[in-house]
Design a protein around this ligand. Structure first.
Ligand code: AOF
Ligand code: ZN
Length: 365
């Protein structure tokens, strides 16, 4: 049977469902399954908090006998490996599902095509790559971590109408409004870690937590690029490090006394012995991925943003543009931002948050 518009609509619904556990499934991607029989959704599942049980198991449980002869919409190829439960591909065969429509294949070496092979040899008709780009948008952290061994990097920038990310003297300026700030906090909640340069910390003393009511416990690990360990002990970051972790990427030669003091205050100095210059970023990202960080949000400032862009390490660019201008005295710019966007990114979403314009760009995988 060919892929129909109705198939694509069910898949779009499955992709929306998968978003509900985004950032809550550990190193496992948040995947969703819808089981549809005679035009009725008889089972739905999304990867459980922490990563198990898988989406298919839960959808099949809800569908029960109604799964026989049904179509299953899955946002990722069903797994083929034994975890705490048997492989999802086998479970779909056993349940008598007739057709599986899938959005993306699973690069995990334990799966990688074996899931589809199990389905086909069990007599199931399989459609692959349905709404792949849309699903990959949500699976990006997982797909990038599997293929490139580094986290998915989202660079967030707030720009004034005349293209500045702040004033030259430093200090916080209100470029964007309350609605944008709430969205930034939601993005923090959906990220495993957030990264800034020491310059931003010294200028703004940011907290970098998620402060949306009810989501406070979902603050990301806070990472500072601070080669010389200049992070002040009384800073908002250090004084809250017992509740929300602070990791510091420093150079091996940084002051050992300061290192001890920061560690005693609860911060963790990362083991990668690098000078934290732009050239050290890939190593740092490798290290973070190995520690289970799949999504990283980079929040500033200009030097850090431009290093990530120049190294080709930005997968998603989130631009918030406020209506106010900083003016002719000028401010801080991210060098060649527009040409980086034009050369390497596609526009994926545009919204308004209050009076701010939001544009999201992704780098094609
Ligand atoms: C599925 N359905 O809902 C998800 C899948 O540690 P485990 O045993 O849970 O396996 C993790 C792997 O399972 C992960 O790398 C990916 O290949 C797959 N994720 N598969 O069939 C799901 N979340
Ligand atoms: Zn599975």
């Amino acid at each position: 049977m060919a892929v129909s518009d109705l198939d694509r609509r069910y898949m779009a619904a499955a992709i929306r469902l998968s978003r509900s556990h985004q950032g809550l499934t550990g190193t496992n991607p948040s995947v969703a399954t819808l089981i549809v029989r005679d035009g009725v959704i008889v089972g739905r599942g999304v990867t459980a908090l922490g990563g198990r049980p898988h989406a298919e198991t839960q959808a099949l449980l809800e569908a029960g006998e109604r799964a026989r002869g049904a179509t299953a919409y899955v946002t990722l190829e069903p797994c083929a490996h034994h975890g705490r439960t048997p492989p999802c591909a086998n479970a779909l065969v056993t349940a008598g599902v007739a057709r599986v429509v899938s959005a993306a294949s699973d690069p995990d070496e334990r799966v990688a095509g074996r899931g589809y092979a199990i389905l086909r040899s069990g007599g199931i008709e399989v459609e692959e790559n349905v709404l792949r780009a849309e699903a990959a948008d949500y699976l990006a952290g997982y797909l990038i971590r599997s293929s490139k061994k580094r986290p998915e990097v989202t660079l967030k920038l707030a720009l004034s109408r005349d293209g500045f990310i702040g004033t030259r003297g430093g200090g916080q300026v209100g470029i964007t409004g309350a609605e944008s700030r709430a969205q930034v906090h939601l993005m923090r909640a959906e990220s495993d870690a957030i990264l800034v340069g020491i310059g931003t910390v010294l200028a703004d003393d940011p907290l970098l937590t998620c402060r949306l009511p009810g989501l406070e416990s979902r603050s990301p690990i806070r990472i500072v690029l601070d080669s010389q360990l200049r992070l002040p002990l009384p800073s908002a970051l250090v004084t809250t490090s017992a509740t929300v972790p602070v990791w510091i990427a420093a150079s091996a030669g940084a002051d050992p006394m300061k290192r001890q003091a920061l560690e005693a205050a609860g911060c963790r100095i990362l083991a990668t012995e690098t000078d934290c210059g732009a050239t050290a970023l890939p190593e740092l990202l490798d290290d973070l991925a190995a520690q289970g960080i799949a999504t990283l949000m980079v929040e500033g400032g200009a030097t850090v943003a431009s290093s990530f862009l120049q190294e080709g390490l930005v997968d998603r660019l989130a631009l918030f543009e406020g209506p106010a201008a900083i003016g002719n005295d000028g401010g801080v710019v991210v060098p060649e931002l527009r040409s980086h966007i034009a050369r390497g990114f596609n526009l994926s979403h545009e919204y308004r948050f209050g009076s701010d314009r939001y544009s999201e760009y992704i780098r094609p995988l």
